[in-house]
Ligand binder design. Sequence first.
Ligand SMILES: Cc1cc2nc3c(=O)[nH]c(=O)nc-3n(C[C@H](O)[C@H](O)[C@H](O)COP(=O)(O)OP(=O)(O)OC[C@H]3O[C@@H](n4cnc5c(N)ncnc54)[C@H](O)[C@@H]3O)c2cc1C
Length: 430
Amino acid sequence: MKTKHYNVFVIGSGIAGQTVAKACVKQKLTVAIADNREFGGTCANRGCDPKKIVIQFSALLEQSQRLEKIGVSKLPKISWKKVQQFKTQFVEDIPVETEESFKKLNIDLYHQSPEFINENEILVEGKTITADYFVIATGRTPRVLPIKGSKHLETSDAILNLKKIPKTASFIGSGYVGMEFATMLAILGCKVTIFEQGDKALSNFDQFLVEKLNKNIKIKYALNGEKMRHKSRKVFNTAGRIPSVKDLKLDNANIKLDETGIVVNDFLQSTTNKKVYACGDVSSLSLPLTPLSGLQGYIVGENIINNNKKEFQFPVVPSTVFTQPNLSSIGLQEDEAKKRYKNILVFKGEATDWFNAKKSNQNTYAYKIIVNKRTQEIVGAHILSERANENINLFSMAISNKMTVSEFKRLIFTYPSYSNDLKAMLADED
Ligand SMILES: Cc1cc2nc3c(=O)[nH]c(=O)nc-3n(C[C@H](O)[C@H](O)[C@H](O)COP(=O)(O)OP(=O)(O)OC[C@H]3O[C@@H](n4cnc5c(N)ncnc54)[C@H](O)[C@@H]3O)c2cc1C
């Protein structure tokens, strides 16, 4: 069988893989990319983007419900069928457009999962291929639950493609994906139950704020040891996502994997096979977020082109749970800050009696900001509000630039605005 050779063979066409492939081909390297699903990756096809499109309609309904009787006399009726049609307009062209953009750059495409044969070769579409470097950018895939009947569970892909809003639905797992879709379906009239094996929802987020969010969302916990029956039309597995490596035969190429992903060094290179880089959600140094995957793709591209000159360092990364209201977070949690600094200041409270909450009849608005007492620098910010997903970016700038409380409070923001509230949050220490 004939062997084909590339400088770089990328596995996975999401944001991480695309970024590497395009950077390398621009430097005149020969590049190929493989994907075993539609090209374009999770975020654009079945993640962040379509999710935000559909969620905006439940957000609109929730906002109208709050303003009902104080100005809104008739609640909007959401046509889920039209919402689906609108969402489809955004996603249907992504695979073709992504493929076209690769072809224009003379990147070869493969539509199958490659398998490693040994440290230097893969097998894909019946061809044996060698490369100077292999890049694994295969993202994550839903964890398969080891429970009876798990074949009946559906995933976030199915939620995004629901033909109609079910009357009842259960979610197994209360991470951010589960909580976002559970909130959306509940607002749209579905009776939702969430099952969580831990003792709290959204365990990676500030619990002072999570408790306030849960005021709106009642979570039912399965009781330990006690058998309970619960019936619902749909049951979704939102119990987390694991590195997508099942079909790659990593062992054949001596590529180390652990539960965090493909184990990489600071250059995002496999610690056990120097011909292999891993970036994005599948790497052991990832947080499963699109902006971080893009950054890692960029770093791998640079390291292939310039022979390992760029080390990956975790930037401060904001994240948002798109519930109603949004829960956003950046920097250190309170307990992390306590471990890192001798003394910290914690500014926390509810803002439900502030103008912005009152004008929109919003009974959930709270915050916690963490400051290093010695330097007065802001080191963490956690906000539960209608605009948290935008406002958190101001704290991203503040923390990245090591701004102190007084420097932040000297900034002038528009009034009235949720941004302006951020300064008031730094008024009274808890
Ligand atoms: C429902 C949902 C909502 C999300 N919302 C947000 C959000 O609001 N904000 C945010 O920042 N992030 C969000 N994320 C996470 C975000 O989508 C990921 O962090 C991002 O897509 C990771 O990019 P990536 O390039 O590393 O991997 P992916 O985009 O997952 O790309 C990996 C690609 O590899 C392919 N692949 C997998 N295995 C193989 C194989 N064996 N062979 C060949 N190809 C393979 C896949 O088909 C896929 O195309 C969400 C995820 C989900 C599921």
